[in-house]
Design a protein around this ligand. Sequence first.
Ligand code: ATP
Ligand code: MG
Length: 452
Amino acid sequence: MNNDNRMRNNNNVKPKIIPRREHGISRKGIGGNALKVLYRLNRGGYEAYLVGGGVRDLLLETQPKDFDIATNATPEEVRRLFRNCRLVGRRFRLAHILYGRDVIEVATFRGHHASKKSDKYASQSNDGRLLRDNVYGTIDEDGERRDFTVNALYYNIDDFSVRDHAGGMEDLKNRVIRLIGDPETRYREDPVRMLRAVRFAAKLNMQINSSTAEPIPALAHLLCDIPSARLFEESIKLLQTGHGYPIYLMLRELKLFSPMFPILEGHFTEDSSSKAEQMLTLVLQSTDSRVNSDQRINPAFMYAAILWYPLERRAEELSFENDFTHYDTFMMAANEILDEQVKSLALPRRFTAMVRDIWQLQLRLNRRSGTRAYKLLEQPKFRAAFDFLEMRSRVEGGQLNELATWWDVFQKADREGRNNIIQFINKACPSKKTCDQPHKRLNKHKPQSNQE
Ligand code: ATP
Ligand code: MG
């Protein structure tokens, strides 16, 4: 039987138990709080396993991001064992054990849904999406309900063995991301699994198995039914954790990018040469290199960059429809673009406010005479706005290059140097018209539909 068939029929597959001496997981690799939770559950008479990313990453000899625990104790039973416990989630009820900022997630084994009808434990939409998944079951059933084979490995705190439910050990060795069960059914149950496949492939440097990848482009549209708050969270994990650029390329190839950023659809070209695409490449590559060198990142910066050229296009379109100033038209377009974007990804308000600030400052960076440049330097978002100007200048060159260089020199100059620079500007532009163009009407030539 080939692997795919084995996976499809994995109801019949017995899990493999790998004893302690035959795998590389040591308790030293497991966080102290996770160990405490495992032991307390175990001593309370329950089964307790480390599962998911914690086991997978330890087997790959990398540092797990967090530790997830699975048990046969119900969430209420877990709560009775731990004072520092909070039950969360309606769709998927979980216990969170809190140690300061460290949160250990404890999930009760999930079982199969006996029927399609909805009750307080289980609920499925007409097209197969799981709206509620709180039917508890055995560890074997739990193994079948997990997403990928490499995520269905369980480390047993009772005897330190690893339980390989679906062939995950072999897939880890061969670096394969493979969905458990029939891919289409599993994607319909939870379309976010398509995004997770891409994320794990990029993060773990693995290949998505062909039958796992094959149905994705045709099912990508299912992401449109996912609540926008959940998709926003996923977009952060996809694009802000150090592998954003390769993930973006894979998302585009599998048609998963547009459901998250529908506004960008009209900006995509065969050879990725549009300004919006160049900006995506720049901002994702720079985010990746910042994350990988432990520098701080600001998610609002990325969203501001991704949506900038759609914003410019929208502002230009609006300028044909009304006679408002450039500034007002631009801010109207900004509101429209953000309103549209939050329908698919629910950016929290503090992020949309920051995106607006960065955009608005782009207009003000043109205005440098008098005391304006000094005032801008004082703005809390100046640094982000300047970095963004530099990125735009790398896409567009020309006058933007000059402007970015000007700000670079101005920032680095001492007091006297700055005064000289400003005097020069004041002299060169006595009427303030040529250097300060905030309210200039937008170019009234109608844009070609596919040009930016
Ligand atoms: P990460 O390193 O990102 O934390 P992870 O594999 O631990 O990776 P989590 O989102 O923390 O991912 O989920 C923990 C485990 O729960 C997964 O390994 C998987 O077994 C299971 N899981 C999570 N989301 C799903 C899903 N949508 N469908 C099925 N199983 C899931
Ligand atoms: Mg995890």
